[in-house]
Design a binder for this molecule. Structure first.
Ligand code: 8X3
Length: 254
């Protein structure tokens, strides 16, 4: 099956990676279910991309709504070949002892619970059809710790391990699983959200750098999905050249 023949379900589709992934698959001629909470942005995206993109208002945190939406897709979009679990966010960069519990809850509810809600709703159909692909959006923060990464990184570590465990459960079904783990990506609103809307603080993160773009991430997702059906890409980790690793920190008493 070529990418053009596939139906792709993208969460968090109204902005950032999600919008770029939706545009990229639509450009290949795929059918795309573009799901997000923001109806206005979704409507604009659907208008831009035409009738092969179905905008769907969905809060991934709501398990019942997820089940209903997946179960009631119009016939043209009903057989989901690729689920792109993209909806997710970072809130705060404070050390754990000062972090907001509400921020932690929001990240767990979206990055972990939202992702499992969608996966659980879509998998039975994929298994029944003997094909399908779950592509999760993880992060380098799920592998490499950094100050203030606390719960955000932990949610992405969950996504990493959940993706690998899914592969075990789906053994012999023909269903593929990939975790795409980007590093620093600019221009997506990620840092604006992380810093509670503080645009200056967000801009500083990328100042003087050439970060990855949402289009770079979309290209990785498209590439993983486009591999021959006997190939499973387990993990893609990508970073901008300007980002690398620092030494471990040592606290000295004097
Ligand atoms: C976020 C990537 O580099 O900001 O998923 O931690 S980074």
């Amino acid at each position: 099956m070529t990418t053009q023949q596939k139906t792709v379900f993208v969460t968090g589709a109204s902005a950032g990676f999600g919008a770029a992934i939706t545009r990229r698959f639509a450009a290949e001629g795929a059918l795309v279910v573009a799901a997000a909470r923001s109806e206005d942005k979704l409507a604009a995206l659907a208008k831009e991309l035409g009738e092969n993109v179905l905008p769907v208002r969905l809060d991934v945190q709501d398990a019942e709504a997820v089940k209903n939406v997946v179960g009631a897709l119009p016939a043209k979009f009903a057989q989901v070949d690729v689920l792109v679990n993209n909806a997710g966010l970072a809130k705060g960069l404070e050390p754990a002892q000062r972090a907001e519990l509400d921020d932690w809850d929001q990240m767990i509810d979206t990055n972990v619970k939202g992702l499992v809600h969608l996966t659980r709703a879509v998998l039975p159909g994929m298994v029944e059809r003997g094909r399908g692909h779950v592509i999760n959006l993880g992060s380098i923060a799920g592998t490499y710790p950094y100050p203030g990464g606390n719960v955000y990184g932990a949610t992405k570590a969950f996504v990493h391990q959940f993706s690998l465990n899914l592969r075990s459960d789906l053994h012999g079904t023909g269903v593929r699983v990939t975790n795409v783990e980007p590093g620093m990506v600019g221009g997506t609103g990620f840092s604006v959200t992380r810093f509670g809307g503080d645009q200056d603080k967000a801009d500083n993160v990328y100042k003087g750098t050439t970060p990855l773009t949402a289009e770079d991430v979309a290209e990785s997702v498209l590439w993983a999905a486009g591999q021959p059906e006997h190939v499973n890409i387990n993990v893609i980790e990508l970073m901008p050249v300007v980002q690398s690793f620092s030494p471990l920190q040592i606290f000295r008493e004097s």
